[in-house]
Write a protein that binds this ligand. Sequence first.
Ligand SMILES: [Zn+2]
Length: 186
Amino acid sequence: MAILPIRLFGDPVLREKGRPVTKFDARLQKIADDMIETMEAAHGAGLAAPQVGLQMRMFVYDIGEGPGVVVNPELSDFSGTYIYEEGCLSLPGIYVEIERPMTVRCCYRDLDGTPHEIVADELLGRVFQHETDHCDGLFFTLRAEKEKRKEAMRAMRETLMPGEKEYIPNREARTGAARREGARVL
Ligand SMILES: [Zn+2]
């Protein structure tokens, strides 16, 4: 297994739509293993393929009950509302309060290509929505209300060092961000 570099906010791959997975082979298994190891090393609760530079519709997750792999997610049956402060491994140190549906149904494939369906709510529902957005090239700040999004942009600017124009987080910030109490990075 290998820890993969995590792509950060501003990287074009995070704005591209992932391609559906069609080959359920040993390579896919290896990618999933590496993504799980990368997510765990970064103390994340979820990690999508575009975050490690792969334009694929696939993500891994672990909300404390062991890791899972979701390939070709399709969400439906959104219901309820849930406000949660989201963090993202691709934007270390920034947390944004976002309202999303509480419960979603996710149809997906496992690593063998077998179809499954799961109804996810609360934190799991949030992880599934955040990661499926990554697969669609959507960044979580787009889901925030205008004011909250502005706040996040301000927070990003405040971390800038003299001479820097863009938010460039370092590895220390990433690790520290992941450990903030009460918030999960996805
Ligand atoms: Zn994320």
